[in-house]
Design a protein around this ligand. Structure first.
Ligand code: CMP
Length: 487
């Protein structure tokens, strides 16, 4: 397809008389960018507009852990119009996430076209308004909570039972948030796994992901017998277009817009998509085998990712130990160090079940003491839902320790009425938690959902005020999610 033909199908130029397209096409330069390359960088000067001829780009703002993805664009979409319109620096970074080919038009050439054809300006205005509205909606609805939460599962060992955990975790979340949870297995390539998910029909979503203006997820989503939404297998012999990593980015974005929880099972074939998920997941659930060798090969690169790149906040991390391997449990907690998170579920895996054919996966939970399995998964789901933690600290007074503990107990009871998780008091060294303050102290710790935190703030503050008065303290330190509270 030549440039003119391609431009005919681009919405920006759809109202231009055909005769004007050829001279316009001649002014455009075709440029290619390999996957991973940046086309525009936020805050750089920009003097060209680009139209995507093939491939997919990611639009984002911020860097590293602060990076926020705004959109994905594909064939026929355009970008770079804002800087050439306003004269401001680039408002976002545009990066190729699949090999990309674009047609570039300089600011000067573009301005000539806009003057000649107001239809272009009107079309641009439409796109700009749409992009702005979407962004405004995202920022007014309490930022992150406007979108779903991404729960990503990965494992240190193949056949650790990850798929079974992921699927049952999604179901457990769905018990509390019915219809608001979706399970995505980017690796669902085989009919047996599909069957274990309760899916029968394969479909080809890729076609739509590259060609349609917006993805119509509804017709691809399937509800399992338990009421959990699942994205059916996308890559079977029947599919014309197998999904590639770039498609999964778009897909995930669309799922996060639509669901409250998106549970993703890591894919053994999509390394860079996995890394992206690790960085951006709200909760990263890691299944660790207790075997020395396995832990080492997993934790070393993981450590690089977490510490060196500072990409994963340990607070987002939930680790689960597989106590079924040979040297299970021996020094495991010590080895895990800071990756321990604060959850060590003892999932009674049956590794032999994972070494058999895929159909056996279906049976994993039933091979195990079911109550124990269910309890562990429910605990995991609960930890995911309880997103916030509040700590109350005050100095320990050796002479009045018993009174202090009694008052703390009453305070705990008051908090339990407001927040769902059990509240606990422990004796601590204050500098371990507060840095600057030193000496022995008491810490009252509780976890809660976002809704509980919002709704329970007033009763919580009243309870703190009463506690302070009863203990005759000048000050009580409160931390919300580890940060000094503004209260
Ligand atoms: P510009 O600011 O020149 O460079 C970055 C480009 O990213 C920008 O023009 C737009 O084309 C594009 N962009 C910025 N914000 C969004 C958004 N919210 N949705 C889609 N595209 C965007």
């Amino acid at each position: 397809m030549d440039k003119t033909q391609f431009l005919q199908g681009v919405s920006l130029f759809s109202d231009l008389p055909t005769g004007t397209l050829t001279p316009l096409a001649e002014k455009m330069l075709e440029l290619n960018f390999p996957r991973g390359e940046r086309i525009c960088t936020e805050n750089d000067k920009g003097d060209a507009l680009f139209i995507l001829k093939s491939g997919i780009v990611e639009i984002s703002v911020g860097e590293g852990p602060e990076k926020k993805i705004l959109a994905y664009l594909k064939r026929g979409d355009y970008f770079g119009e804002m800087a050439i319109f306003t004269g401001d620096p680039r408002s976002a970074t545009v990066q190729a996430i699949a090999d990309v080919s674009v047609l570039g038009l300089t600011k000067t050439d573009f301005e000539v076209e806009v003057r000649r054809s107001p239809a272009i300006a009107l079309e641009l205005l439409k796109t700009l308004s749409r992009r702005l509205t979407k962004q405004n909606l995202a920022s007014t609805k309490d930022g992150a909570s406007a979108r779903g939460k991404l729960i990503f599962l990965t494992a240190s060992q193949k056949k650790a039972g990850k798929t079974a955990v992921a699927r049952d975790l999604a179901s457990a979340l769905n018990d509390s948030f019915e219809g608001k949870v979706v399970f995505l297995d980017p690796n669902v390539t085989n009919a047996d796994v599909a069957l274990s998910l309760g899916i029968e029909d394969p479909c080809d979503l890729a076609q739509e992901l590259v060609s349609a203006e917006s993805v119509t997820l509804d017709k691809y989503l399937v509800k399992t017998a338990e009421g959990l939404w699942v994205l059916p297998p996308q890559e079977t012999q029947n599919t014309v277009y197998p999904l590639r990593e770039a498609h999964h980015h778009i897909l995930l974005n669309a799922l996060l817009d639509r669901f409250e929880y998106v549970v993703v099972d890591s894919s053994s074939t999509m390394a860079s998509f996995n890394r992206h998920l690790m960085r951006s997941a709200d909760r990263l659930v890691v299944l660790l085998s207790g075997s020395q060798e396995d832990l080492k090969s997993f934790l070393d690169p993981f450590h690089n990712l977490v510490v060196k790149n500072n990409h994963i906040d340990p607070r987002r991390l939930l680790t689960i130990a597989n106590l079924d391997s040979e040297d299970a449990g021996q020094g495991l907690e010590e080895k895990l160090g800071s990756y321990r998170g604060d959850l060590m579920l003892k999932l009674p895996f049956a590794p032999q079940a994972h070494q058999t054919a895929a159909t056996a996966r279906q049976a994993i939970p039933t091979l195990l003491p079911e109550a124990e399995w269910t309890k562990a998964i429910e605990a995991l789901a609960r930890r995911i839902v309880l997103e916030h933690e509040v700590d109350v600290f005050f100095p320990r007074d050796a002479e009045n320790l018993e009174t202090q503990k009694r008052e703390a107990k009453d305070f705990e009871l008051e908090l339990e009425k407001v927040f769902s998780e059990d509240v606990a008091t422990e004796e601590v060294e204050l500098q371990d938690f507060l840095g600057t303050e030193s000496g022995p102290g008491l810490r009252i710790h509780c976890r809660m959902t976002s809704e509980e935190l919002r709704a329970g703030m007033d009763p919580f503050l009243q309870a703190v005020t009463r506690l302070r008065a009863r203990l005759g303290l000048d000050e009580i330190t409160i931390r919300v999610d580890g940060r000094p509270s503004i209260l």
